[in-house]
Design a protein around this ligand. Structure first.
Ligand code: PSU
Ligand code: MN
Length: 318
């Protein structure tokens, strides 16, 4: 196979992906690029706000000095950097398939439109030579996983995708403690941004600690440079960026809606890749928009921090 190595992932020649001119030029010049996922757009946020938010995320990356590379599949082509038409399709079409890492090849053969999860986005981004990725929340170990075995492929994929992932932790719809244990087992680094408390997405503090705290984009870029220079681990580095306390979702509302959502999953026998989207949609309808507003603040904050990290990393490279 052609291509240079970055961790265990081979950086493939960009002809294997449909890379936009803007993203390709930025990568060739060593300029800062931030990868963005598309499942958040198609299955994570309600319409019609999702398209507006998708554009705002890209604009936030630009405002902070980096080039956005939203990743997704259009008519079977795996795209790194979507134009506005493609973004619109993924946000508005009813036929967009949620694509985890295992789905990419079959989906390409079928020529579908698809949205990439954290798993597939991080793997494609790392292979394309992008070193920073912004998302909302990671998938993780579901409650009841001891019976259902429901653990997101996000976790296992991050073990072999060398990229910095900026997120607000994982949603409390998951088993947060078990998710952190799995990240440890898988060798995925977790640092808190200006905190040692692991965030719970809608809420600032999930109740769990992380071992490391880094306080600036430069410190994170330094850590990443060491990770890549040592070359002893192919894993991602998760940067957990909590929402300020005065912006989190009301705790009582949060706990009530979560309990309802978990009941729906059990009542309707929801399984597999539908679990996460059904829980997220329940949150957005049951909180009458409050969770959506929180969600948007989180994603934009993560996009800004990711761009600042990408800028710091590209400065050090030169
Ligand atoms: N968690 C969120 N918002 C999301 C997702 C997770 O708070 O939109 C999406 C991401 O794309 C993530 C995926 O990678 O759900 C995980 O799905 P699953 O649990 O089926 O692996
Ligand atoms: Mn699952």
């Amino acid at each position: 196979m052609r291509g240079r190595r970055q961790g265990s992932v081979r950086v493939v020649p960009d002809s294997n992906f449909d890379t936009s001119d803007e993203v390709r030029s930025a990568l060739n010049a060593g300029a800062p690029v931030v990868a963005l996922e598309s499942t958040i757009i198609s299955h994570g946020l309600p319409r019609p706000d999702n398209l507006r938010v998708a554009r705002e995320i890209e604009q936030t990356v630009r405002d902070n000095g980096a080039v956005p590379a939203t990743i997704g599949m259009v008519a079977g082509r795996l795209c790194v950097g979507l134009d506005d038409d493609a973004l619109t399709t993924l946000a508005t079409s009813d036929d967009v398939v949620k694509l985890s890492i295992r789905d990419l090849a079959v989906a390409a053969a079928r020529g579908v439109d698809g949205a990439t999860t954290v798993a597939s986005t991080s793997a494609v981004a790392a292979a394309a030579g992008i070193s920073v990725f912004a998302t909302g929340g990671l998938g993780g170990v579901h409650r009841e996983a001891a019976q259902t075995f429901d653990e997101s492929a996000d976790l296992t994929t991050l073990a072999g995708a060398p990229i910095v992932v900026v997120c607000a932790g994982v949603k409390s719809i998951l088993d947060v403690g078990a998710t952190l244990e799995r990240l440890e087992t898988l060798g995925v680094g977790v640092v808190g941004y200006r905190t040692t408390r692991f965030p719970g997405f809608f809420v600032t503090d999930s109740g769990f600690e992380v071992d490391w705290k880094l306080d600036s984009p430069e410190q994170i870029a330094d850590a990443w440079r060491s990770h890549m220079a040592f070359g002893v681990s192919p894993a991602a580095l998760v940067v957990a960026n909590p929402l300020p306390e005065d912006q989190q979702l009301d705790r009582d509302l949060h706990d009530r809606v979560l309990a309802e959502g978990l009941n729906i999953i059990e009542r309707d026998h929801i399984t597999g890749k539908d679990v996460t989207p059904v829980l997220l949609e329940h949150f957005h309808t049951a909180t009458e928009g409050a969770s959506l507003a929180t969600n948007v603040r989180i994603i934009l904050a993560n996009a800004a921090l990711a761009a600042q990290i990408a800028v710091a990393a590209s400065r050090e490279q030169r």
